[in-house]
Design a protein around this ligand. Structure first.
Ligand code: ASP
Length: 342
């Protein structure tokens, strides 16, 4: 008798609990398509950020988001939207990617980028390139036109030439603002050789990234950067490292990171968020919060992430003072935020 009851009850309990879990795992579809963009995390003070400058950033982010959202609205792929958005931000001197990249300790610019397709789990990345105007486009070519995932330095640039990609003089990336910041850090370094770069002294990282969900339910993520001011030449950050700075998987989410790269690599941040969703059934919001606001903070890693899941839920947590960020869902007006409250 006891056995019979158990025989009936056990499957019932299993069905009920799996149903409850399912509800938790699959929040209602928020959007049929959409994208989230970041323009870097950092330590901008609302008080010292002039309204004119704020407007420049907001307008550029709005322009990029509107273009990317247009791609998605017209049935374009998540990958196309990600590349379109990042190209616009790479071409703007406001961000630390493409034109406007920060300087290495040698006073040169070395750029990193990566892109990932959540449908196929294919990925492409370039690291330490010095003459590529739009590194994200080269990363996409590595993914689509080579058998490799990551190409670096001269090899990446030789591949770019073969693919007919635009190469530029290293001086193309120069902007006065980044140069002045580089000089300031250099002076501080000379004053005290052992002084680290004080990331809290008003630096904003300024890397750019985009994650997108297209009408076919496919996810993609991309990140592009000049790295960190006064980095050693040859230093490669998290942005071109799949799983650290960029990750996309149609079953979970698409993530792009910004912040102190070494911490993002050690903590495999982008993949960790996806894994928490995949293996623990956490929502995007909970998984992203756990990694950025708990694990990274404990590890001492400054920065933030943007994410979108297959239902169109988005997350944009950061543990710094500010993070340029914005989104558009279902082709609606872009929403832009910089500080904690907005
Ligand atoms: N994560 C980038 C790096 O470490 C910097 C940034 O996000 O601005 O290279």
């Amino acid at each position: 008798m006891g056995k019979t009851i158990a025989f009936i009850l056990l499957p019932l309990i299993l069905i009920t609990t799996s149903c409850v879990k399912k509800v938790e795992e699959e929040p209602p579809r928020k959007a049929g398509f959409g994208l989230v963009v970041h323009g870097g995390a950092g330590y901008i003070n609302p008080g010292t950020f002039s309204p004119q400058k704020k407007k420049l950033y907001i307008n550029k982010l709005k322009e990029a988001i509107a273009k990317g959202s247009g791609v998605l609205a017209n049935g374009g792929t998540a990958l196309d939207a990600v590349e379109t958005v990042i190209n616009i931000l790479e071409d703007s001197p406001l961000f630390n990617a493409g034109k406007g990249a920060v300087f290495t300790a040698e006073g040169t610019n070395e750029l990193d980028a990566s892109i990932m397709d959540g449908k196929t789990l294919n990925a492409g990345a370039v690291a330490g390139v010095k003459h590529i105007k739009n590194p994200i486009s080269l990363a996409r070519l590595v993914m689509e036109k080579s058998p490799h995932v990551m190409l670096s330095g001269e090899g990446a640039e030789a591949f770019a030439k073969e693919q007919g990609i635009e190469l530029v003089d290293n001086k193309y990336f120069f902007t006065e603002e980044r140069w002045n910041y580089y000089q300031k850090v250099k002076k501080e370094k000379m004053k005290n050789e052992t002084a680290g770069i004080n990331l809290n002294s008003g630096q904003k990282f300024g890397t750019v990234g985009c994650v997108a969900l297209d009408k076919n339910g496919n996810l993609a993520a991309g990140t592009s950067t000049g790295g960190m001011t006064f980095k050693r030449f040859g230093r490669i950050g998290d942005s071109p490292v799949i799983g650290a700075g960029t990750y996309a998987n149609n079953n979970t989410c698409a993530i792009s990171c910004t912040g102190h790269g070494e911490f993002f690599i050690r903590n495999v941040v982008a993949y960790d968020i996806s894994a928490l969703m995949e293996y623990k059934g956490l929502s995007l919001n909970k998984a992203a919060g756990k990694v950025v606001l708990d694990k990274l903070v404990k590890a001492g890693g400054d920065g933030g992430i943007i994410g979108i899941d297959k239902y169109g839920n988005i997350a944009m947590p950061f543990n710094t003072k500010s993070m340029f960020r914005g989104f558009s869902l279902n082709g609606q007006e872009p929403v832009i935020k910089i500080f904690k409250g907005g």
